[in-house]
Design a protein around this ligand. Structure first.
Ligand code: XBP
Ligand code: MG
Length: 247
């Protein structure tokens, strides 16, 4: 029985990654670092999940022997998180097509909702506060950032979300946008619906039971990529339940 939906955040709930990139660049500039991550470089760096880990990877590959720089990682990432939070709080980021609708459908049906993400918790809280105003808290569980020992593609963060939900993986569906995120969810035993995002256009989505451009809205169908198709190009809760009951 389908009892829960578990959403990734960056690229899945919203197209956040370019804002993360801009926040990193502003933090670098504010701290007098001459680094600049353009979209092409950032797309490559996204192979490393988690902003702190991404930054550490960048420093290790370009400035391997610079211990002083390595010691500044928490300062740089802390400032990036504050800048990103301010950008999101400005209301720059809407939810992706179909997300708010599917969340509403799930709540109306008693299907529980969770978030499983490598991004830092304050980033999740601000995104949700901006997009679900008036104290509305649609997600029963949030598992984020350093709460898991290992970031995606390890399954830890999805395992944590499932534990907190008290739901078995076969009774839930994960929604993801990246190769590493899909790997993470599959290794936690979850079936995965993939919604491609701007920064994952070239990602392999292997293992997902269905891959689409986005969840779709009535009158604004998504593009089907592979796997299970959705009537009228819209992923609905009833469609997900029908598919889930058939497996
Ligand atoms: C995607 C990420 C995140 C963000 C940065 O996570 O890897 O790290 O790019 O956020 P997901 P932080 O798709 O799992 O949401 O700097 O806070 O780590
Ligand atoms: Mg993602």
């Amino acid at each position: 029985m389908l009892r829960a939906l578990i959403f990734d955040v960056d690229g899945t709930l919203a197209e956040t990654e370019d804002l993360h990139r801009r926040a990193f660049n502003r933090a670098f500039a504010d701290l007098g670092l001459s680094w600049h991550w353009d979209p092409e470089l950032y797309a490559d760096l996204l192979a490393v999940m988690g902003g702190k880990e991404r930054l550490a990877h960048y420093v290790a590959t370009r400035h391997a022997d610079d211990a002083a720089l390595r010691a500044r990682m928490p300062e740089i990432h802390g400032l990036k998180t504050r800048i990103y939070g301010a950008l999101v709080a400005d209301g720059a980021l809407a939810l992706r097509p179909g997300v708010a609708r599917l969340v509403r459908e799930a709540r109306a049906d008693g299907v529980r909702l969770a978030v499983a993400t490598t991004t830092s918790r304050p980033n999740v809280d601000t995104l949700l506060a901006v997009n679900f105003p008036a104290g509305d808290r649609p997600f029963d569980v949030i598992a984020a950032g350093d709460e898991a020992a290992r970031k995606k593609p390890a399954p830890d963060i999805f395992n944590l979300a499932l534990r907190r939900l008290g739901v078995d993986p076969e009774d839930a569906i994960a929604i993801e946008d990246s190769t590493a995120g899909i790997r993470s969810a599959l290794d936690a035993g979850l079936p995965v619906l993939a919604t491609r995002s701007r920064y994952t256009e070239s990602h392999r989505l292997d293992g997902a039971f269905s891959a689409v451009s986005d969840l779709g809205e009535p009158g604004r169908p998504h593009r089907h990529v592979f796997g299970v198709p959705w009537p009228d190009g819209v992923v609905t809760l009833s469609g997900l339940k029908r598919w889930h009951a058939s497996i």
